[in-house]
Design a protein around this ligand. Structure first.
Ligand SMILES: [Zn+2]
Length: 208
C-alpha cells in the first residue's frame, strides 16, 4: 500500500491517495480542489480511482468532487448526516474563504459507521466520529487512521460551525479513536501526522 499526500484547496487540506500497488486501484480521502495540477498528479499515478471518501461536508474538503466525477467518473461518499454541510457550501465560501459561491452537485452516495470499503487488497473501515460536524467520518486501514478534522496533531477540530458540538467530538475521540492501538498512525485533514499514543499524552485540549 502506498500513501500520497496532496495539500490542496483554499485552507490547505490534506488529500490522501491510497494505492493498492498490486491492482493499481486507489481511493482518495477528501477532495479539496479540482485544480488541473492535482488532477494531473492523480492521472500520472496511473491508478484506477475507485472511490472518493469524504471525512465531512465542509467546503474545504469537498470542492474538487464535481471535477473529479467529470474527469475520472469516480463517485464521492459521505455520511448522510453531513448533507446539510454540503448544502451550506455556497453560503460559507464567500464568508470563510473570500471565494465565489460554488454549488457541489455530485455527492449522492452515503456510508455509515462500520461500513467496509474494499480497494484491491485494502480494506477501509468507516468509523463515525461526529462533533466537528454531525456526519464526521474517520477511516481506518490497518494501523493507519485518517481522522479528517476530528483529531489533529496536538489539537482537535473546531466546533463553532453549524452542527458542531464540543461534547460530541470529545466523546468521539475518547471512545472511538483513543480505543485504537497506541501505535496507530493518524493522518489528519490538516497539518502534520501523529499517533494515538502521542495524542493521548500531549493533546492539551483532550487532557483538560
Ligand atoms: Zn471541517
Amino acid at each position: 500500500m502506498e500513501i500520497k499526500v496532496f495539500v490542496e484547496g483554499p485552507v490547505d487540506a490534506n488529500n490522501y491517495l491510497i494505492i493498492d500497488e498490486k491492482s493499481k486501484e486507489a481511493v482518495l480521502i477528501d477532495c479539496s480542489s479540482g485544480r488541473q495540477e492535482f488532477i494531473n498528479s492523480i492521472k500520472n499515478s496511473g491508478v484506477n480511482l475507485k472511490y472518493i471518501l469524504l471525512t465531512h461536508g465542509h467546503f474545504d474538503h469537498i470542492l474538487g468532487v464535481d471535477k473529479f466525477k467529470e474527469v475520472f467518473g469516480t463517485d464521492a461518499y459521505i455520511a448522510k448526516e453531513d448533507i446539510e454541510q454540503v448544502e451550506l457550501t455556497p453560503k460559507f465560501m464567500p464568508i470563510l474563504a473570500g471565494m465565489e459561491s460554488v454549488e457541489i452537485k455530485s455527492i449522492h452516495n452515503y456510508l455509515k459507521d462500520g461500513d467496509i470499503i474494499k480497494v484491491g487488497d485494502i480494506e477501509i473501515k468507516a468509523i463515525a466520529t461526529p462533533g466537528h460536524t454531525p456526519g464526521g467520518m474517520s477511516y481506518l486501514i490497518g494501523d493507519k487512521l485518517f481522522s479528517g478534522d476530528t483529531l489533529f496533531h496536538r489539537s482537535i477540530g473546531r466546533c463553532d460551525f453549524p452542527g458542531g458540538s464540543l461534547d460530541t467530538i470529545i466523546k468521539s475521540i475518547k471512545e472511538k479513536l483513543f480505543t485504537l492501538p497506541d501505535n496507530t498512525e493518524v493522518f489528519p485533514g490538516h497539518g502534520e501526522k501523529t499517533t494515538i499514543a502521542y495524542e493521548k499524552k500531549y493533546n492539551e485540549i483532550l487532557n483538560l
